[in-house]
Design a protein. Structure first.
Lengths: 281, 94
């Protein structure tokens, strides 16, 4: 598949820009287009808008011996240091610059890039009035809904059940962003179990947050805002030793639950939950 | 140990916010989020490094249905627990 310069967002042969929830990140370096465009999840997120940060991507000539079993992230102030299988990175969200060193092998490099982008956007979004949120997200009749809960609570199940009913934004990580008091939910390239589902960068006004509980019957229970704020904060994939970043995050979450209704959703293994959600609209 | 004159404050490792009167506290290093009940949230709010525990207990006595001595005892216990858990900082005098 080939892409026009407009789709790629840049005249530069060695650059690709990605837009997640209006936050544009430029990736620059020899072969970066091959790495990014070789992965099916990114094309809907290509952008021509100005970037908030540029990351220089360097390919190792041989695969280095990076043996970390999973991403290791250290957040300090506005910056993050990151190590994963097949890559390591640094990003300063305040300065808008960073670097990423990835393995020579395309497949390994794509895995490292995917892990890096999750972490990078987790940080960048907080600096731009939003955050990544561990949840399934959908748009139905122009309204955005997110469904969250611990691993195994049913995020992928509820996404599967909604395939014919809604535009699916992710079964694992959506982006929530505040636009002057109006929160929107955005699709992301970051999916979990349903990694083969088509991606979309679509967004919609956020109309409800639902904490998932598997049950035999559908029921909806409003959540008090204190509990909802604690719930939401717990589902944000950022751990920082920097209190200012945590304070910013908690302020964003408190604002979100003050503006968007939060519920506990009891749901059986069918799509009948949409009936009660539609009644809220 | 005399805790009544101690002036508890939030531990610098915490980030917190009152949401609808309930304290939501993040412990970033541990990746933990805690919530306090109504009374605990009020004590958390009052623990700003300027008020002695005896004044905090007096406020709790004035605002909640509790005897003065019981309020003192429970506020001291709560603050001791929060200091042990590194959510608050305070030094008791001898």
């Amino acid at each position: 598949m080939s892409y026009s310069k407009a789709e790629l967002g840049t005249e530069r042969e060695d650059e690709v820009r990605l837009d997640v929830a209006g936050v544009v990140l430029a990736l620059r370096g020899d072969g970066v287009r091959r790495t990014v465009l070789g992965a099916p999840q990114y094309p809907p997120f290509l952008s021509s808008a100005p970037s908030v940060a540029t990351v220089e991507v360097e390919r190792a000539e041989v695969n280095p011996v990076w043996t970390l079993p999973g991403p290791e992230v250290k957040l300090e102030g506005q910056s993050l240091s990151f190590g994963t299988f097949g890559g390591e990175a640094y990003l300063d969200a305040g300065a808008g610059s960073g670097w990423l060193r990835v393995a020579a092998d395309d497949h390994v490099a794509q895995g490292a890039l995917a892990n890096f982008l999750r972490v990078a956007y987790a940080l960048l979004l907080i600096h731009h009035g939003g955050f990544l949120f561990h949840s399934a997200g959908m748009i139905r009749d122009g309204r955005g809904y997110v469904f969250y809960g611990h691993s195994g609570s049913g995020k992928s199940t509820i996404t599967r059940l909604s395939r014919e009913q809604a535009t699916l934004l992710s079964d694992d990580l959506v982006a929530l962003r505040d636009y002057g008091g109006a929160w929107r939910v955005h699709g992301t390239p970051f999916w979990g179990e349903l990694r083969d589902y088509p991606r979309t960068a679509a967004s919609a006004p956020l109309r409800g947050l639902f904490s998932l509980v598997k049950a035999n019957d559908v029921a909806l229970e409003p959540l008090p805002s204190g509990l909802a704020a604690a719930d939401v904060v717990s589902s944000v994939p950022v751990t920082s030793t920097e209190p200012r970043l945590s304070t910013r995050l908690i302020d964003l979450c408190a604002d979100l639950v003050a503006r968007v209704p939060c519920y506990r959703l009891y749901f059986p293994r069918n799509d009948s939950f949409w009936r009660v959600i539609d009644e809220l609209a | 140990m005399n805790w009544l004159d101690a002036q508890p404050d939030k531990h610098p490792r915490t980030a917190s916010r009152l949401v609808d009167g309930e304290a939501v506290i993040i412990l970033p290093e541990e990746g933990v989020v805690r919530m306090l009940n109504q009374v605990g949230s009020r004590i958390w709010d009052l623990a700003d490094g300027t008020r002695p525990v005896r004044d905090i207990a007096e406020t709790i006595y004035g605002e909640f249905d509790v005897e003065r001595e019981q309020a003192r005892k429970e506020v001291v216990e709560f603050i001791q627990q929060m200091v042990e858990g590194e959510l608050l900082v305070a030094e008791a005098s001898l």
